[in-house]
Design a protein around this ligand. Structure first.
Ligand code: MCN
Ligand code: SMO
Length: 785
């Protein structure tokens, strides 16, 4: 399939820029988040959190008044710990207790749970719980964790290493043909995820249904039900999980959170409602972390800069606990598999070690390891270009997998399905106006700042199947999903999916898919999602899988519904079913048409008007979808950015930013653009601002938004986006998932641009975030050298 430029489509179907249905309720304050629920007798929960990074709990003393409202691990009886098992051979599993038991492993780990009528009272009571600790050696970074001689992070472990993953594909064979060897050390800082809404969970006992109901800000309600029932020893049918409106999730909410388990336990035990809402300080101290990767890259290339082989050592600081269900194995697994990026070299060796330290554990975060590997690979690509004295885009262009080679299996066994990677780079170069920037660089800036331009190209695998997740040791992910579509008596649709939309716009885009097939007005299509009591099972929303998998199932269900609608419609028209079709919400025959609403009315209210051989299953279909292959559909993009770096103040300003992306057929280009804007804003955060530093005692040094820098509206430039649409051969409509991609490339493109700007000074930067201090240090180091 050839890559073609996107042409906007009118109407409400696939490809139309339809305004988001869900925005009306959010803009009018009618959204309902966990914090908005009101309930009689609701108790608010607070946690007493560990002040130390690694310590034994010697004793705990409860306050005289209110002791009955304090819960410790011992009090929780036989509630199970969160154990995240993996099939990876070197993996050491961690057990995360719902409340610390015996010892604490990071600052902020919940030690006691307390409840009261208000949060303030609960916090006051928590402060009166006295805990005596005995210090243990703190592993505040990967080096100290590796060198451990004292007590290890987890009982029964052989060392402090969660998992080691290696790859070796024809490395020696190709490396020895190289005439050039380029080395770089590259670092990404640890940071938080900072969704607008943090963790939020409310649980109560539904006495009528005799059921535990857990209302949680989660991406994966069905998975949370499965694991909560297991951990609490309840039959699956006695747990219902509802994910209401969610104020951003970004991966933070795709795992079982210990607070979810704690609050659910309270509701199960006391048969009353309880709620916990994470505050910003708790998020910054004790919420999950992401991104901290260290790379030692050695690239083997020829004189033109063609990469022949890559040797990489990756260290990931995974923090204290592995998460359920994905496990910490996902991070190194994605790192090893995605480091080669969109390039066509054939020799690859990689050793990835994921270390356990006394910090909050890693949770998947938009892009997962791909932001790190893209950063490492793209900085290395620019380093190669420097070494051979060519333009970085030119060297990149020669290394990218060409369109003529598609479909292509790369050195890490990624099955690229379609697309024209070089064309996206060429277009990005054109849009950023490279020649004009080079001209401007020759003339120098009047204000003394240095201008630079940088590129990055990446692939974003979506629609991962069972076999792909199995290579990361997580066999829980199926390469399929399902949907229920029911036509209502007025000819509208009620659609049910087990994935969950927490900002992605699915209520609109899934309706567009149904409109494309059945012609029903999207105003009369309702998407029900995120409630285990009302939707078909799904593992949920993550890995940019929802559109392809669940949206694919919506498509299949609508396609299965169509012949039933036509069958009744043909009967109403008095013609044979083969003679009719569906068009613009009507069943159309050779000599007349009937609105779909009339068909629906016949099914529900006028059985006398139905054909004798009508399908008794009626106007409701549940069906599943699976892509033609298990190996995924690959979105790709090239980002190009122009920056100005001030050598006096160290300040970096983004002057221009362009994105040329191809996610196959777009269901809604406006939604795709919104997804891209949000992702890029987060990527800019990773590149320039966000960092959670720790001191050597494992104390977090950025615990408020005054210390933890987020990009605001003034730091995010106007982004210019250009679309290609190369349909995937494996999916409905040829769509590919793209929800994470925006966050993958910005650190790479921005650092390459800054390094381009710094060339006259001989300085180079390779550590996020690029604070003014780091920039000035790099310049100072170059002056000394
Ligand atoms: N879309 C489209 N055409 C395509 C591809 C996608 O119109 N070819 C639309 C989809 O219909 C959907 C949206 O774009 O409305 C994203 O679709 P998809 O790529 O399938 O991603 P998911 O829906 O599975 O969302 C998950 C993804 C992930 S993994 C993270 S992390 C992330 C992201 O989405 N978290 C988000 N985007 C987010 N956006 C918001 N607002 N909030 C989050 O927490
Ligand atoms: S990090 Mo996204 O939820 O896969």
């Amino acid at each position: 399939a050839a890559t073609h430029e996107h042409a906007a489509r009118p109407g409400q179907g696939v490809g139309a820029r339809v305004e988001r249905k869900e925005d009306a309720r959010h803009l009018h304050g009618r959204g309902r988040f966990v914090a908005d629920f009101a309930m009689p007798e609701l108790s608010e929960v607070a946690f007493l959190r560990s002040p130390l990074a690694h310590a034994r709990i010697v004793s705990t003393r409860l306050p005289a008044a209110g002791a009955e409202r304090v819960v410790l691990r011992e009090t929780m009886g036989d509630a199970l710990d969160i154990v995240a098992d993996s099939a990876l051979p070197t993996y050491q599993s961690s057990a995360q207790p719902p409340l610390a038991s015996g010892k604490v492993r990071f600052v902020g780990e919940p030690v006691a749970m307390v409840y009261a009528p208000t949060r303030a009272e609960a916090e006051d009571l928590a402060e009166q719980v006295e805990v005596e600790f005995d210090d243990l050696p703190v592993y505040a970074d990967a080096a100290s964790a590796r060198a451990a001689t004292g007590e290890l992070m987890h009982e029964g472990w052989r060392d402090n290493i969660f998992v080691t993953l290696n790859a070796d594909k024809d490395f020696d064979l190709h490396a020895k043909q190289a005439s050039l060897v380029v080395r770089r050390s590259i670092d990404l800082a640890r940071h938080c995820m900072v969704p607008m809404e943090g963790k939020a969970v409310l649980a109560y006992w539904d006495h009528q249904a005799d059921q535990l109901v857990v209302v949680s800000a989660t991406q994966v309600p069905h998975m949370i039900r499965t694991i909560l029932a297991q951990c609490l020893g309840l039959e699956q049918g006695r747990v219902r999980v509802i994910s209401p409106d969610v104020g951003g999730a970004f991966g933070y909410k795709c795992v079982l959170q210990q607070e979810e388990l704690c609050v659910a336990w309270l509701a199960k035990t006391h048969r009353k409602p309880f709620r916990y809402i994470e505050d910003r300080r708790e998020h910054l101290i004790a919420g999950a972390n992401t991104r901290e990767h260290h790379y030692e890259m050695t690239a083997y290339a020829d004189d033109r800069g063609r990469l022949l082989a890559l040797d990489a050592r990756i260290t990931i600081d995974g923090g204290a606990y592995s998460v359920w269900p994905f496990t910490i194995g996902l991070e190194p697994g994605q790192a090893v598999g995605n480091l080669p990026g969109p390039y066509a070299f054939r020799g690859y060796r990689c050793v990835t070690e994921c270390v356990a330290t006394n910090k909050p554990g890693f949770v998947p975060y938009r892009g997962v390891a791909r932001t790190g590997v893209c950063f490492a690979m793209e900085l290395t690509m620019d380093a190669i270009a420097r070494a051979v004295g060519r333009e970085p885009w030119e060297v990149r262009l020669e290394n990218l997998v060409p369109a003529s080679a598609m479909p292509y299996v790369n050195v890490a066994n990624k099955h690229f399905d379609s697309g024209d990677y070089p064309a996206s780079l060429v277009k990005a170069r054109e849009m950023i106006g490279l020649d004009a920037v080079r001209e401007r660089q020759r003339k120098a800036e009047a204000d003394g700042r240095l201008i630079g331009v940088g590129f990055a190209t990446y692939t974003e695998q979506s629609a991962h199947g069972t076999s792909v997740f199995a290579t990361w040791g997580t066999p829980v992910i199926p390469g399929f999903d399902s949907a229920t579509v029911r036509m209502t008596p007025d000819g509208g649709l009620e659609m049910r999916v087990g994935v969950h939309s927490h900002g992605q716009g699915m209520e609109t885009t899934f309706a567009q898919i149904a409109h494309e097939i059945l012609g029903v007005d999207i105003a009369n299509i309702k998407l029900v999602h995120g409630d285990t009591g009302q939707t078909p099972f799904s593992t949920g929303t993550y890995a940019s899988r929802s559109l392809v998998m669940s949206g694919g199932a919506v498509s299949k269900a609508c396609k299965a519904l169509a012949p039933r609608v036509m069958h009744i419609g043909a009967h109403l028209l008095g013609v044979a079913p083969e003679a009719v079709s569906i068009s613009q919400g009507r069943v159309v025959g050779p000599n007349g048409s009937v609105p779909i609403a009339e068909v629906a009315q016949a099914w529900y209210l006028r059985p006398d008007r139905l054909p004798a051989d009508v399908d008794p299953a009626g106007l409701e279909v549940t069906t599943g979808f699976k892509p033609k292959v298990d190996t995924g559909a690959f979105t790709y993009a090239s980002h190009a950015v122009t920056v100005a770096a001030d050598p006096d103040t160290g300040h970096v300003e983004i002057l221009d930013y362009v994105i040329v992306e191809d996610c196959g057929t777009m269901i809604n280009p406006m939604v795709v653009e919104g997804q891209t804007y949000g992702g890029v804003a987060q990527g800019i955060g990773t590149a320039l601002y966000e960092e959670t530093p720790y001191d050597r005692n494992g104390q977090p040094l950025a615990s408020t938004l005054a210390d933890y820098m987020l990009p605001g509206a003034t730091e995010v430039p106007n982004l210019r986006i250009h679309h290609f649409e190369t349909p995937s051969p494996h999916t409905e409509f040829g769509a590919k998932g793209m929800g994470e991609g925006g966050a993958i490339a910005p650190p790479a493109a921005i650092f390459n641009a800054v390094n381009d700007a710094l060339r006259p000074l001989g300085a180079e930067v390779a550590q996020t975030p690029l604070t003014p201090r780091r920039l000035l240090e790099a310049i100072a180091a170059a002056q000394l050298a």
